[in-house]
Design a protein around this ligand. Structure first.
Ligand code: NAD
Length: 308
């Protein structure tokens, strides 16, 4: 098949692109490199630097494409609290611009990388797709708006759409930006370098951490699965892990004792977030394979930041 991946030089996008070309597919990537790195891509991937709102470029890249993966986005919850307009521009306007281009090019299917963050604080244990989302940050609000635009424009123009609500994805290749780094690589680096791990509040907050190869498998399946048109589907493990448990796992994998510093909670985060995975099992026959212990060991072994 022929794919276009927006944001394909990013953490998840590059893993997806490399997986697809390794299975003989033809893959084009569009990425403005605001956070991505084209050096992550297999040489067989056809890379173009550009913005999802650059219509002529997007039109050209859509020529003869069977399925589009839309991953281009700004992705930090705390950063979005500071810069909501920028998050709206990239994650919402960027998605609308892409959907217009897909309409004009007559594309058959688009898979949106949405986020478990759209649920916000909920009163149930594992969150399921029928819940009313309650975004707690501009990032989460922008992903929910993107889902809505993808579904609506898809319905109007007969484009098949599916939104995968990915939970906390981690693995080799995730960026470690100087500000607002994602928790797992940040903690891994700190523990390996004998630095301090800052936790916000009690460390009892829970998340559903899913290894990148599992997310890639779900994305690959979503390109061709039947019966998923207009659906939103959680992509998580269903396993709830507290920050304190995550630190214990990291101590096990690195065989080092963490130095923990406690700081007051920050805004935009939610206390508990774990996926109900029934729908993913039912519609995509998807079951993640990598446990957190195994995934952290793979991260330490394979990520260039940590290989000694
Ligand atoms: P990432 O920052 O590594 O990847 C995003 C990519 O989009 C980057 O390479 C960036 O350069 C590119 N980009 C940003 N703005 C662009 C624009 N205007 N035009 C073209 N390219 C642009 O992040 P990631 O973790 O790989 O996330 C990929 C997608 O998955 C995002 O849509 C994110 O919201 C979603 N997601 C990620 C997670 C996670 O835990 N990593 C969880 C839920 C959802």
């Amino acid at each position: 098949m022929r794919f276009l991946i927006t944001g394909g030089a990013g953490f998840i996008g590059a893993a997806l692109a490399n997986n697809l070309v390794s299975h003989g597919h033809s893959v084009r990537v569009l990425d403005d490199l605001s956070a991505g790195d084209a050096g992550r891509l297999d040489p067989a991937v056809n890379f173009t630097r550009g913005d999802v709102e650059d219509k002529p470029k997007v039109w050209r890249l859509l020529n003869k494409i069977d399925c589009v993966y839309h991953l281009a986005a700004r992705v930090s919850v705390p950063e979005s609290v500071l810069y909501p307009r920028e998050y709206n521009k990239t994650n919402v306007s960027g998605t609308v611009a892409l959907m217009e281009a897909l309409r004009d090019a007559g594309i058959k299917r688009v898979v949106l990388a949405s986020s478990g963050a759209v649920y916000g604080e909920q009163r149930v244990g594992a969150v399921y797709e029928g819940l009313l989302p309650h975004p707690a940050s501009p990032y989460a609000a922008s992903k929910l708006a993107a889902e809505s635009y993808v579904r609506t424009i898809g319905e109007l123009w007969n484009i098949e759409t599916v939104s995968l609500r990915i939970f906390n994805c981690y693995g080799p290749g995730q960026s470690l930006p100087p500000t607002h780094p994602p928790v797992i690589p940040q903690f891994m680096r700190q523990i390996l370098e004998d630095g301090s791990l800052v936790i916000y509040g009690s460390g009892a907050q829970t998340r559903d951490y899913i290894y990148v190869d599992d997310v890639v498998e779900a994305l690959v399946t979503a390109a061709t699965a039947d019966g998923i048109n207009r659906e939103v589907i959680n992509i998580g493990t269903g396993v709830s892990t507290t920050i304190n448990q995550l630190i214990s796992c990291l101590e096990g994998v690195t065989r080092k004792k963490a130095k923990v510093v406690v700081s007051p909670s920050i805004s935009g985060g939610v206390s508990n977030l774990v996926a109900n995975t029934n729908k993913a099992q039912e519609l995509l026959d998807f079951k993640p394979k990598i446990t957190l212990d195994k995934g952290l060991a793979l991260l330490k072994e394979r990520d260039p930041h940590f290989v000694s």
